[in-house]
Write a protein that binds this ligand. Sequence first.
Ligand code: HSE
Length: 296
Amino acid sequence: MKQFKISIPASSANIGPGFDSAGLALNRFLTLDVTEQEEWEFEHKSHFLPSFTDYADHFIYKIAKQTADRHQKTLPGCKVTVASEIPLARGLGSSASAVLAGIELANQLCGLSLTGEQKLQYGTDIEGHPDNIAASLFGGVVVTATTQNNQVEYVRLTSLDLDVVVCIPDSELKTETARSVLPANFSRKNATSASAITNVMIAALLSGDYHVAGKMMENDLFHEPYRAELIPNYENIRRKAKAKGAYGTVISGAGPTMISFVPKGKGAYIREQMEAGLTGYTIAGLQIDQTGLQVN
Ligand code: HSE
């Protein structure tokens, strides 16, 4: 009888101007304890998880079944105990983590031997963009692109000397809503400026010039100007974090969480400083998770 554990980190997509492309993994986890048994059964061990009525309606089961079907396999029954530290609809990649959980569940139960690239492709097909999926799957900071023939390419940036601080409001914001305010098209001039800002941000991260990276983060032209009004305390949080020593603060994914990139070792101090005067928030100093999805 198979017994295993799947662990998947949260993620923060975009890093400002890396819209639908860049992401990083965070040390908050979705975990599945899986034991094969005759019948399917899900048990939830966290208030962050949505309610469900029947195993067949469970989001993770549906993704697992879809993945097994793709390989003409039948899922054997099992008991899945799910725990999560990732709040829903806050811009911390809870949906991408659940998608990967379903893909990995099928991979393990049906012996699919999926490669990282296949998992990335399957997850992106479901999510519609690779940023959260790639970060949660591989860990670290990941930059992705979807090419014309719908193939996903990625590069993982290693050893960034950064801590992050997240300001998570009590309120939710659906990704669908946050995407509905974005323009359908950009003029060539705007697209050129926007992508130039992204290029400099990535180049600055790579060369360790975090001041320039932070400046570029806060000058996104792809999504932040349109989403700012949906995000509570948008300007206030950016200003305050900068005053306390953050390099840059951006919307985490589609929001409403804001994420600040701060000098390594200063996370705890800046988190403490951000707490003063900001009510209705969970403020946390987090680390960039370097391992990504794990099975053991
Ligand atoms: N890149 C996505 C967005 C992440 O900003 O809409 C949320 O799914």
